[in-house]
Design a protein. Structure first.
Length: 595
RNA sequence: GGCCCGGUAGUUCAGCUGGUUAGAAUGCCAGCCUGUCACGCUGGAGGUCAGGGGUUCGAGCCCCCUCCGGGUCGCCA
C-alpha cells in the first residue's frame, strides 16, 4: 500500500543540499535511483530533478518496523524521507557524486508510490534503443540527461522572453485553427463540425498573423509558437515543432540582424558562458554555395570548393567538358595531406556516397611525390594538370576530389562530401560554436516539374531594392531581403523583410504564376489588409528545437522534445494517430475511402 | 515513393561455414552481509530468435513478403 503525504512537506531538493544544511532535519522526496542493501545497513540513492542524494537506513538507529519497511524498497519507488543531513567522513566521500560529501541519515520515511520493475534502464549512460525509450518516454524523461535537456530548453525559452521583452517586444498569441495555405509544406487539416466539408489548417508558422499585427501597430511582436508541417521527418525535423517567432516594424535587414545578434550573444553567454564576437560573420548565398556547396555552411573547417571549369573547358575528358558545356561546372575539394589517407576502397565509398546527390561519379587526383596520380590524368595535358593543382593550391601529399555536373548537383554532392570528409578526418573540434548569417538569397526558385517559379522563402519576401525592376523581366535573377542564421552547419533560423505594399505583393504573385483571382482567394485577407496603412516590417523565426539541440550537444531534436514523434509521424507511447469512432466521423461528415 | 542500417531473455549484446538442450553481462527473485556508492558472495527464475512463407534431413543464421525502429534522398513556401 502506498502511503499518503500526511502533512509532510519537502524542505529541499536532493542535490541542492550543502554545507549550510549539515545537522539540520530535512525532508526529501524523490525516486529510488539505486539500492545497496548490506544487511543491517541500506543505502539508497534518492533522485529528484536536481540530482541524487544518498540516504542511509541504519538498523542500529531505526525501529525494527521502519527498517523492515526499508528492506522492501525497490527501484523507482517514490519515497518521502525525513532525516538528518550529515557530512560523510573523508574515507566515505564519493568524489564522483555531486552530493558525495553528504548523506541523509533516515529517521522516518514513507513509501509514497510503489513501482514495478521499469522496462528500460533509467541510467544516464543508457544504451536502450530509442524505440523503447519513446514507448516509455515518461521513464526515459526521468534520466538526468533528459532532465538537463528539458531544463536547458526552458532556460532558452526564458531568456528569449526576457531579452525580447526588454527590447520592447510584445508576446501575442496567434490561432492554431487557421486557414490552409497550399503554397509550401503540406498542412495538417482539422475538419469543422459546424461547416461540413470545410477544414481548418494547423499553422505552418504564424507568418501572416504576425504581419497583420505589424499593420495593426503592435510594432514589435514575439511568440514561442508551435508550428505544424505534414512532411517526412528527419533527425532535425518533427511534424510539430516550436519557433521563437519575431516581427518588427519600421526596420531593414540590418535592424533585424542587430537585435538578433544581441539575443544570440546573450543566449550563449547565459547558457554556455561563451562570449560571441559581434557582429557575426556574413556570407551571401552565392558565396556560401560557391565556397561550401551549401546555404547553411559549416565553417568550422576549410575544405572549400574550387571551381576549375575554366581550366577543363577544353580537355580530353568528356565528363568534364560535357558538364561545362551544359552550363554546369567542374569543382573540386583539396584535402591537404590526404594522399595517403584514402585507400581505393574508401574513395569508392566516397564516390558511392555522392551518388545520393545525383553525382554520376567522383574523380580524384592524388599528388604523390612521384607525380600526380588520378582517375583521369590520361585525358588532360600536363599544363592542365598543373593549372588545376595551382588553382586548388595543391601540394605534394594532397588529394583532390572532383565532381562535374550541373551546378545544383555539384554543390549538393561536394557540399555533402565536404561534411563527410570533415567527419572522417575529425576536423571538427567538439564543443565549438560557429554562428553566421547567410544573406541575399534568390527570391524565386524555378521548379522544373511544375514549370513555374516558387518563392524560395515565402511569397511575402521583399525583393532587394535594386532588383525590383527585374521581377517581370528576369525573375530568376532577383535577390531577396532574406537571411538565415546558421549554427555549426544547421539552419537555426531564418527571416526576411516583408513586402508591405499590396501593389508589389500583386507583382510578386504574378511572378509566382498566380492569377489575380487565385492570389485573392488564397491571400485576399492579407492583401486587403495591406491597403489600410502597412509599415515596412520584417522578422525572423528560430527553430527552438534545433537551437536547443545544438546547445545541448544532442544529435537529434527528439532528445530536446519531451514527447516527440518517430519517423512515420506517430507517437509510440500514445499510439497516435488512431482511428476514431464512426460517430465522431459522422458528426464531421467524413466518410473514409481506404484501399 | 527510393536507398542504406537494424530487430535474439526485462534491458544491452554475442551466437563461427546451416548442425546437440540458443549464451554473456546487467536487471529481476531468494538467502547472507554495518560503510556501500556499478556494493560483494551464493543460488534461482527468465526466450513467439519481430511476424508469415520458402529452401533444407536440419534455419536465430540462406531466400521472399510483411511489420517495427533509425539514417538519408525526394519532400520541407
Amino acid at each position: 500500500m502506498s502511503e499518503l503525504l500526511g502533512g509532510w512537506k519537502r524542505t529541499q531538493y536532493c542535490a541542492l543540499l550543502g554545507e549550510a544544511d549539515v545537522g539540520r532535519e530535512v525532508v526529501l522526496m524523490g525516486w529510488t535511483n539505486a539500492r545497496r542493501d548490506l544487511g543491517a545497513l541500506i543505502f539508497i540513492g534518492l533522485r529528484d530533478r536536481t540530482g541524487v542524494m544518498q540516504v542511509t537506513f541504519d538498523s542500529s538507529e531505526l525501529p525494527a518496523e521502519i527498517f523492515e519497511k526499508a528492506q522492501t524498497i525497490r527501484s523507482e519507488y517514490v519515497l518521502a524521507v525525513k532525516g538528518m543531513l550529515a557530512r560523510r567522513t573523508p574515507e566515505m566521500v564519493n568524489a564522483r557524486m555531486q552530493t558525495g560529501a553528504y548523506e541523509v541519515r533516515v529517521q522516518d520515511f514513507k513509501i509514497l508510490g510503489k513501482a514495478e520493475t521499469p522496462p528500460i534502464e533509467i541510467g544516464d549512460d543508457t544504451k536502450t534503443n530509442e524505440q523503447m525509450r519513446l514507448k516509455y518516454r515518461y521513464l526515459d524523461l526521468r534520466r538526468l540527461a533528459m532532465q538537463r535537456n528539458l531544463m536547458l530548453r526552458h532556460k532558452v525559452a526564458h531568456i528569449a522572453r526576457t531579452y525580447f521583452a526588454e527590447q520592447g517586444f510584445l508576446e501575442i498569441e496567434t490561432p492554431m485553427l487557421t486557414k490552409s495555405t497550399p503554397e509550401g509544406a503540406r498542412d495538417y487539416l482539422v475538419p469543422s463540425r459546424v461547416h461540413p466539408g470545410a477544414f481548418y489548417a494547423l499553422p505552418q508558422s504564424p507568418q501572416q498573423f504576425k504581419q497583420l499585427l505589424m499593420l495593426s501597430g503592435y510594432d514589435r511582436y514575439m511568440q514561442i509558437a508551435r508550428c505544424f508541417r505534414d512532411e517526412d521527418l528527419r533527425a532535425d525535423r518533427q511534424p510539430e515543432f516550436t519557433q521563437i517567432d519575431l516581427e518588427m516594424s519600421f526596420v531593414e535587414e540590418d535592424d533585424v540582424i542587430a537585435v538578433n545578434e544581441g539575443f544570440l550573444a546573450r543566449l550563449f553567454k547565459e547558457v554556455l558562458d561563451i562570449d560571441v564576437a559581434l557582429p557575426l560573420k556574413r556570407l551571401t548565398y552565392s558565396e556560401a554555395m560557391s565556397r561550401y556547396g551549401s546555404d547553411k555552411p559549416d565553417t568550422r573547417f576549410d575544405l572549400e570548393l574550387v571551381d576549375i571549369s575554366g581550366i577543363v573547358r577544353e580537355c580530353g575528358f568528356k565528363v568534364f567538358t560535357a558538364a561545362v558545356e551544359g552550363g554546369g561546372s567542374v569543382r573540386c575539394i583539396n584535402v591537404k595531406g590526404g594522399a595517403e589517407k584514402f585507400s581505393r576502397r574508401e574513395i569508392d565509398a566516397l564516390a558511392e556516397s555522392v551518388k545520393t546527390y545525383k553525382a554520376k561519379g567522383l574523380a580524384w587526383m592524388s599528388l604523390k611525390p612521384e607525380g600526380p596520380q588520378s582517375s583521369f590524368a590520361k585525358f588532360l595535358s600536363e599544363e592542365q594538370i598543373n593549372a588545376i593543382t595551382a588553382r586548388a593550391k595543391g601540394e605534394t601529399g594532397d588529394i583532390l576530389f572532383f565532381v562535374a555536373d550541373k551546378n545544383s548537383v555539384v554543390f549538393a554532392s561536394l557540399g555533402a562530401l565536404r561534411l563527410e570528409l570533415a567527419r572522417r578526418l575529425e576536423l571538427i573540434q567538439p564543443n565549438t560554436f560557429d554562428l553566421l548569417w547567410v544573406t541575399d538569397f534568390p527570391l524565386l526558385e524555378w521548379d522544373e516539374e511544375e514549370g513555374r517559379f516558387f518563392a524560395m522563402h515565402h511569397p511575402f519576401t521583399h525583393p532587394k531594392d535594386a532588383d525590383i525592376d527585374k521581377l517581370e523581366s528576369d525573375p530568376g535573377a532577383v535577390h531577396a531581403k532574406a537571411y538565415d542564421i546558421v549554427l555549426n552547419g544547421t539552419e537555426i533560423g531564418g527571416g526576411s523583410i516583408r513586402i508591405h505594399s499590396s501593389e508589389l505583393q500583386e507583382r510578386m504573385f504574378t511572378a509566382l504564376g498566380f492569377s489575380k483571382e487565385e492570389a485573392w482567394r488564397r491571400f485576399g485577407f492579407l492583401m486587403e489588409a495591406f491597403k489600410y496603412g502597412t509599415p515596412p516590417h520584417g522578422g525572423l523565426a528560430y527553430g527552438l528545437d534545433r537551437l536547443v539541440m545544438l546547445l545541448a550537444g544532442a544529435t537529434s531534436i527528439r532528445d530536446v522534445i519531451a514527447f516527440p514523434k518517430v519517423q512515420n509521424a506517430s507517437c509510440p507511447m500514445t499510439d497516435a494517430p488512431d482511428p476514431v469512432d464512426e460517430k465522431q466521423l459522422r458528426e464531421l461528415h467524413i466518410k473514409l475511402d481506404l484501399d
